[in-house]
Ligand binder design. Structure first.
Ligand SMILES: Cc1cc2nc3c(=O)[nH]c(=O)nc-3n(C[C@H](O)[C@H](O)[C@H](O)COP(=O)(O)OP(=O)(O)OC[C@H]3O[C@@H](n4cnc5c(N)ncnc54)[C@H](O)[C@@H]3O)c2cc1C
Length: 413
């Protein structure tokens, strides 16, 4: 699969996958045929593998939904559309409970520190992350993740379940391992999916991987089904001592040309690395790139994830310069932002919404002085603005609104 981190490549993958996004997806999406299962345009045939481009903001959820509904009836595309809404739901859920993210970071750091002083834990962690546990399926996925930067959704569920309930490793260390290596590593989807598998998202309801299920859905791999002997069969879900308070912040209204009447700079970050999905109502006089690829983990970031993140920013900046005929500059970590604006004689900055996660953690302190002076215009997509208020509890709250949300956002296909 060609994961070139450009908008053009993401659009090409979308167009290649479109014929399969209807009933074919609904019926076949659960199979993990492995990274060598080359079908559509050099990628897997049953899932889109669009997540790295979506996470980087090289393509937007709304344009993906629009394209899919332009190709299939709403009924045929129902499953694929719902999966894209899972992504938006998770973002909205975390946005309303940022303490979930803060607790994850604190728990991860505690677990990493505990490992320092415990050689048994260090060995178990090394075996899991290097694919040496002796559980064939788990070891194959562990190496596949590190080598390719992508895992099939079902493999992510099985892997997380085995990590937590069979290997009995700390779930936050597993979530961190994913974030270090996934090209689509996403604070909301990753943290909340690990919590879901553990039984913390839907309290008391966990996901236990079963060897027969793994064998069934990996049967299409070139080497045949993956074996998973010795899995925990009746482990209890994890529990935590406290609930996380819910609070939906005031979401910014749609931005108009009047909001951007003065010359302004556009900030591109790792979750919005391209201007096109932002649908700006006016052209910026300067584009500023702020990649913080290393902020996702205290550990080393895997080569595919690093390459995709940095490449997405490089291609996004180059294409902005060409589209707007304006200069681009990079805002290095630790440096003040104000001089970049002052040098260009610009006071206002348009910033794509920074959802809860490491990108916000890394950029918010540097943006705070401008925010305090009222110099930031925040860009939030219609789909997020409309969907997030429904992401209060379980996915069902969003699922039952999907038709209305598509209508409200003008996504008709
Ligand atoms: C433990 C675990 C960790 C995960 N970590 C991440 C992560 O860091 N980043 C990430 O983007 N996804 C994550 N997911 C969700 C899901 O596995 C991936 O989004 C999906 O596998 C990406 O492959 P695809 O693009 O081929 O998906 P497709 O099946 O083609 O789906 C299309 C799009 O819908 C969205 N989507 C599909 N399934 C889900 C889902 N279950 N949850 C949220 N969005 C979904 C994705 O944006 C995806 O690109 C995780 C799931 C689990 C179980």
């Amino acid at each position: 699969m060609d994961f070139t981190p450009t908008r053009e490549r993401g659009q090409l993958r979308l167009s290649q996958f479109l014929p399969a996004a209807g009933r074919h997806y609904a019926e076949n999406r659960n199979a993990d045929d492995g990274p060598d299962a080359i079908a559509l345009g050099g990628g897997r045939g049953n899932v889109s593998q669009l997540s790295p481009w979506l996470h980087a903001g090289l393509i937007g959820e709304a344009e993906v939904l629009q394209a899919v509904l332009g190709h299939h009836s709403p009924r045929a595309a129902e499953k694929f559309v719902a999966e894209v809404f899972w992504r938006v739901y998770f973002k909205g859920y975390l946005e309303q409970r940022p303490a979930v993210w803060a607790d994850y970071c604190a728990g991860r750091d505690k677990a990493l520190a505990a490992m320092e002083g415990n050689s048994g834990l260090r060995t178990a962690y090394a075996q899991a992350t290097e694919g040496r546990t002796g559980i064939e399926a788990f070891d194959v996925w562990s190496r596949e993740l590190v080598e390719t930067g992508y895992l099939h959704n079902h493999a992510r569920m099985w892997f997380a379940s085995i990590w937590i309930f069979t290997l009995k490793l700390d779930w936050q260390l597993g979530a961190d391992f994913f974030l270090r290596h996934l090209m689509d590593g996403d604070a909301a989807s990753n943290t909340l999916s690990w919590r879901w598998v553990a039984g913390l998202h839907t309290k008391g309801k966990h996901y236990l991987a079963r060897a027969d299920n793994i064998a069934r859905y990996t049967a299409g791999r070139p080497g045949g089904p993956l074996a998973a002997p010795g899995l925990a069969e009746d482990a209890a879900p994890l529990a935590e001592p406290h609930d996380h308070p819910r609070w939906l912040p005031d979401l910014p209204p749609p931005v108009t040309a009047a909001d951007l009447a003065q010359p302004f700079a556009l900030l591109l970050h790792d979750e919005a690395a391209h201007h096109a999905p932002l649908a700006l109502p006016a052209a910026p006089a300067l584009v500023i790139g702020a990649s913080r690829a290393g902020a996702r983990s205290p550990g080393a970031i895997g080569a595919p994830a690093l390459h995709f993140t940095e490449g997405a920013m490089a291609s996004g900046l180059a294409e902005s310069a060409a589209a707007f005929g304006c200069p681009v500059v990079e805002w290095p970590a630790g440096a003040p932002l104000e001089p970049l604006l002052a040098q260009a004689g610009i006071t206002r900055l348009a910033v794509p919404y920074l959802p809860a996660g490491w990108t916000r953690d890394a950029l918010a302190p540097g943006l705070a002085p401008l925010a305090a002076q009222g110099r930031i215009v925040t860009l939030l997509g219609d789909l997020d603005r409309a969907t997030w208020p429904h992401a209060k509890a379980g996915f069902f709250g969003v699922a039952k609104q999907i038709d209305a949300l598509l209508g409200e956002c003008g996504i008709a296909g």
